[in-house]
Design a protein around this ligand. Sequence first.
Ligand code: ASP
Length: 343
Amino acid sequence: MARARNRPALVAHGGAGSAGPGAERAERRRAMMAAMRLGAGILRANGSALEAVVATVAALEDHPLFNAGYGSLLNSEGNVEMDASVMFAEPVADPAALIPASRGKRSAHTDHSSGSDYSISAGAVAAISRVRNPIVLARAVMEHSPHIMMAGAGAESFARKVGIRLVRPEEMVTERARQRWRAQKQQSGMLAAQRAARAAMGHGTVGAVAVDDRGALAAATSTGGVPGKLFGRVGDSALIGAGTFAHAFGAASATGQGEAIILTALCREAVLALADGSPRSVAGEAIREMIDATGAEAGIILIDGRGRIGYAHNTVSMQVARYDWAGGLRHLWLAPIAPGRRP
Ligand code: ASP
């Protein structure tokens, strides 16, 4: 029997944190909508959720105002080190048949509410400096390597083997990122530096989640990391379960203080909670639990297999764009809330 067609939907975020410079808002909105049009176009043409999230995130990585790909923040040494990850949950006739050959690279899952079987796969890269689109490399790790996560020089060498062009690390550094790094270095004292880092937070880690008309779900996240991060630090955006997760129930991408997102396995917890709740209520609850456990600041976007959308944040601001059959394409600066307030 033919599967019922699902209603495709896509949500993207451009980071959660401070409100960011007002002068950049119009351009960030324009770039986000252009990226969404690419992703939504893929879904409308019956393309896959995986293609849609990778295309959306790659377009944002190319834009210098987002903290991902070209435009990434610099680490304590003044260099770009980027993290990205992608996860895909795809309906299949018999997922168990995939398992013996995949040696742990794929997992199988039955969604008992719909009776559908899913094959689940993921790819991630950490602390890379020489690839223009980290999300494309994360996808290549998922599809063409025996592994799920690769880091640093080894990941870059793998990129070359699969035909992804390497660039000089300096080519990833924008003048804007360099100026911010200098300003932060000049702040005297720990507290002032932390304040500067906090003010700079939320300027554009990017992520997207989607469901396509076959019911496949995908999530992708990409970042240059948190301001002031140490050389070698890897955050949640590289970690499946923390910054990115997709499963038969839904898909999630997070942004904010990566250490807290890792400690609470934010995206995995949220997606599994979709078994008993709507994306909207689950997103709010996930952020509340993260606050209770860590006191940190973060945001999450969430989608379920029915194309229902949810998002929540406890930062001052969060940039989100959404596409679904009911509302079409929309952009939102999520209502500023007082720091520390619960969503
Ligand atoms: N979560 C990212 C990290 O910790 C940063 C962000 O989303 O702003 O690397």
